[in-house]
Each structure stands twice: as C-alpha cells, then as structure tokens.
Design a protein around this ligand. Structure first.
Ligand code: HEC
Length: 272
C-alpha cells in the first residue's frame, strides 16, 4: 500500500515540475507589433517611392558627377555618344537611357521627363498632362491621375533646378524656349506611368530593381565611353569621385553609393 502512495506522490511531483518548467521557460508570445511588409500599394504610393529613389539618384549624378566633373575638366554634352565628342551624358539623358531600359522590361512601367518649355520638342507635355503640369507648377505638389488618351495611370513629380548647372545649361542651350531659369525653379516633371491602379510588393520590388539596374547599365555605358577618350586624358576610374580630383567612380562604387543613399527610402516605403 505504502509503495503505491509513494509512486503517486512521485508522479504528482513530476507533473508539477513539468508545469513549472513549461510555464516559466516557454517563450512568451511577443506583444510588440513588428512592422510588416505591405502586400499591395496604390499606384500613387508606388510612384512616390520610386520617384524618391529617382530623385536621389538624379541629384547624385548632377551634383557629384556633372557639377564637380565640370570643375575638374570633364564635359557633358547632348551628343556624348558621337565618336568625335569626348563627353558624358546630361542628367536628362541618364534618365532617358534608364527609362529605355525600364521600358524593355515586361513590368509595364513608363518614365519620362517633360516640361512646358522643353529644349527637346518631344518633351512638351500635351493635353491632360499639360493641364496637370500647370496645377503642379502652381502648388509644387505631385499629381496623380488617369490619362484617358493613353489609358494609363500617371504620377508627375516636380523636377527642380537643384544646381547652377541645370540653370546655366538650359539658359545657354540654343533650342531652349526659355532663357531665364533660376535656381529652384520647377523646370519640368518626372512622369511615371502604369496601366493598373495598384501593384503588389513583388511588383514594386521588381520596379525598383529594374530602375536601379537601368541606372547601373547607363552609368557603365558612360564609363565605356570615357575609356575611349583620346583628345582629353582618361580620368582614373576607381573609388574616388570628381570632388577629389580628376577621377570617376567605377560602376560598383557608383551602384553602392546609390544603394546607400536610397536604402532608407526603399525600406521606409516597403515597411508599414
Ligand atoms: C549640360 C547641360 C544640361 C544640364 C546640366 C541639365 N540639363 Fe536638362 N536638359 C538638357 C538638354 C540638352 C535636354 C534635352 C535632352 C533631350 O531630351 O534630348 C534637357 C532636358 C531636360 C528636361 C526635359 C524637358 C526639356 O527641356 O527637353 C528637363 C525637365 C530638364 N532637362 C531639367 C533639368 C534639371 C532640373 C537639371 C539639373 C538637375 C538639368 N536639366 C541639367 C541640358 C542640360
């Protein structure tokens, strides 16, 4: 009889110990709301994210390649691809080349730079885009609308004269219909188009990736061109930038800098 009680007592002791163990050491469920990836984005939100990335990349090229490059003796020219011209692409051409790359992908994303006073006539905004651009000119805010003629959703973001190089070059260009641009003027609008009104996270990531790849591809073409320079000295290509002398960053350094500068915007856009 006694043995039976001892056995039951041991069994109960084991049961209590197990419970104490389970309750004291089992992981407590987290109550903190961790940021989750959004699953869908309105096309306006998607345009906002990619437009921020583009604006950072565009200002990097204008300020840290063109502006400082001009100071150390590099040139930038509309006809940079001609054999006899030893120059690099203009900021607008970087955007155009990047956009040609994006448009070759199956994503359906469109990108271009338009204006009401364009140097290049095909960049003139027309119809609904012209109307929306006039609104943007007044309040300086991005515009989102459905363009019935192209059957695409459109996002327009002000393109601002962020540096003296923008103003000087446009005012001096013989084809420019406006010669009195000043610093901080809205010179045009970066315009994104897409056939649908929303996209999912994967599509948004693909868009950002294709954009960054396009930029990388365009910059590499500039470096290839630089290596063919004969009349002017070929700058050293590596980790240094024109602000440090007669240098140009190589493609990995350039891409890495863009990643560093845009990663905050990308993370903020992809997380809630
Ligand atoms: C060294 C000259 C040069 C610099 C610097 C330059 N641009 Fe341009 N930009 C041009 C030329 C040339 C075009 C027309 C290119 C094309 O589309 O064929 C152009 C195109 C544009 C367009 C499209 C409308 C148009 O005029 O055809 C906008 C908007 C624009 N530039 C704004 C800017 C801004 C903002 C900056 C500075 C961040 C800038 N540009 C820097 C020469 C320049």
């Amino acid at each position: 009889m006694n043995r039976k009680y001892i056995f039951i007592a041991i069994l109960m002791l084991c049961f209590i110990t197990l419970n104490v163990y389970l309750f004291s050491s089992a992981p407590v469920p987290l109550k903190v709301d961790l940021p989750k990836e959004k699953s869908t984005y309105s096309i306006a939100d998607a345009f906002r994210i990619i437009a921020r990335v583009n604006s950072i990349a565009r200002s990097l090229y204008t300020r840290n390649i063109v502006n400082t490059g001009l100071e150390v003796g590099l040139s930038f020219d509309e006809n940079w691809q001609d054999n006899e011209i030893e120059a690099g692409p203009l900021p607008a051409q970087i955007l155009r080349e990047t956009s040609a790359f994006i448009e070759k992908s199956p994503l359906g994303l469109g990108l271009y730079l338009g204006s009401d006073f364009p140097i290049s006539a095909p960049n003139l905004f027309k119809e609904m885009q012209a109307e929306n651009f006039q609104e943007l000119r007044k309040d300086g805010k991005p515009k989102f609308f459905y363009d019935v003629s192209s059957k695409r959703y459109v996002g327009m973001f002000p393109d601002i004269a962020i540096s003296g190089a923008c103003v000087k070059c446009h005012n001096e260009n013989k084809n420019s219909p406006k010669k009195d641009w000043v610093l901080n003027d809205i010179m045009g609008a970066t315009t994104w188009t897409y056939p649908g009104d929303s996209i999912n996270t994967k599509e948004l990531k693909d868009m950002i990736n294709v954009y960054l790849n396009g930029l990388d591809n365009t910059y590499k073409r500039y470096l290839e061109k630089v290596k063919t320079f004969k009349k002017i000295k070929v700058p050293s290509i590596g980790k240094m930038w024109p602000s440090q002398g007669y240098y140009l960053p190589d493609a990995p350094e350039y891409a890495d800098t863009i990643y560093k500068l845009t990663s905050y915007e990308i993370a903020k856009g992809l997380l809630k």
